[in-house]
Design a protein around this ligand. Structure first.
Ligand code: PMP
Length: 405
């Protein structure tokens, strides 16, 4: 049973005050809050079995290794990867993308083509531009339309036998658009291109099945999924991960080192040089358990209710414009502006009222350029938000409008 009062009790931070007002946290797209179950996992690690992994013979090291590998298995099952060694632990989405981009530098040649979408976060644009600079490959862009959705007919025209890679996000962080990734993957495979899906914004809301999607790579960050910062994952099909060279050299990722030649460890260790974020990885596993205990169907339907309620209420404010697709094509993100008012000014007033929203370009400057705006105010809802909080947001926006007009 989905019980919002009980769920909110799991999040200690939700009872704090900001500027003397109860916190209304609506910046979940940037980072989600952390339930006590995950905080407990972190405290348990440092209180009881903090040790380096994979190398010690002593008990603490063995316990830490077992828990860390258990977390990898949780992630594997959550994403329905075929093998645990297809899950590479990283510091987050950004590192996962850079790892793949680095690897493809040795597989691409001049005039090969790679495709991104107009809806990407900078972390799914810049690494590919760097890859193009290194290899002479050409970056093509799937355009978007006025409702913030990808123009799929243009995608069809971009695909050819020169296309080697396609990168799109599952859900846009700036607008909440759900992209048709099944179609995107299928069409890319028809021309023999590999596909990386940036799931940073999707994973707090849906449970991706990487095998059903047939994604070649899928990446996510724990801190958007009720886990800690500084840890994330890369799923890669075994065949692709075997083809890519290691990302960083160091301890843990080798089979044998001599000054003549070093051989690399098997997957996943080949991509995991150095001491990882052990506690973070274990807490990521705890976060996945927590989200599954709430249930993704419950999360999706509750968040959609909040989205409908908030969109309707906000649109009653004169001069307020929401960017992005119709509600059935997006998740619980509302990116909006008040006519003639800078988003930053609205965000500052909302903060004084205890309301946390994100303002700015949301690391997606091409989207802002498309709409010819400096940025938006973004309210992003999680399953622990309430309609009462939506009401506080709406009143806050009205107040900001009055003060700034
Ligand atoms: N892609 C998308 C769609 C995102 O929303 C974000 C985070 N805002 C990232 C990538 C980068 O994630 P991280 O900063 O955790 O590496």
């Amino acid at each position: 049973m989905f019980n919002i009062d009980n769920i909110r009790k799991d999040f200690p931070i939700l009872s704090r005050k900001v500027h003397g007002k109860p916190l209304v946290y609506l910046d979940n797209g940037a980072t989600s809050q952390t339930p006590i179950q995950v905080i407990d996992a972190i405290v348990d690690y440092y209180s009881n079995y903090n040790a380096n992994i994979h190398r010690g013979v002593h008990t603490l090291s063995q316990e830490a290794t077992d828990k860390y590998e258990e977390a990898r298995h949780k992630i594997q099952h959550h994403f329905n990867a075929k093998h645990a060694h297809e899950i590479i632990m990283t510091s987050g989405t950004t590192e996962s993308i850079n790892l793949v981009a680095h690897g493809f530098a040795s597989l691409l040649k001049k005039d090969d083509e790679i495709i991104v979408s107009a809806l990407e976060h900078h972390s799914n644009i810049v690494p590919w531009q760097m890859l193009c600079e290194k290899t002479g490959a050409i970056l093509r862009v799937i355009p978007m339309n006025d409702s913030g959705e990808l123009v799929m007919s243009a995608y069809d025209n971009l695909l050819s036998d020169k296309t080697k890679l396609v990168f799109v996000n599952h859900i846009s962080n700036a607008l909440g658009t759900i992209n048709p990734i099944e179609k995107i993957i299928k069409k890319a495979h028809q021309v023999g291109a590999a596909v990386l899906i940036d799931g940073a914004q999707a994973c707090p809301h849906v449970k991706p099945d990487v095998q059903a999607l047939d994604a070649d790579f899928y990446v996510a960050s724990a801190h958007k999924m009720c886990g800690p910062t500084g840890v994330g994952m890369l799923y890669g099909k075994e065949s692709w991960l075997n083809k890519l060279p290691p990302y960083q050299g160091g301890g843990e990722m080798i089979a044998e080192v001599t000054f003549e030649k070093t051989t690399y460890a098997d997957l996943p260790h080949k991509f995991e040089a150095g001491t990882p974020n052990i506690c973070g990885g274990i807490a990521f596993g705890a976060a996945i358990d927590y989200l599954n205990s709430i249930g993704f169907d419950n999360i999706a339907s509750y968040e959609h209710e909040l989205l409908e309620y908030a969109s309707k209420k906000l649109l009653e404010i004169e001069g307020l414009k929401i960017y992005g697709p119709k509600l059935s094509h997006k998740t619980s993100v509302i990116s909006f502006n008040l006519e003639g008012i800078h988003p930053y000014d609205v965000g500052t007033i909302l903060d004084k009222l205890g309301i946390a929203v994100r303002t700015g370009h949301h690391c997606a400057q091409p989207i802002m350029a498309y709409f010819k705006i400096p940025g938006t105010i973004r309210a992003s809802f999680a399953f622990y938000n309430t309609k009462e909080e939506v009401d506080i947001l709406v009143e806050g926006v009205k107040k900001a409008k009055m003060m700034l007009s």
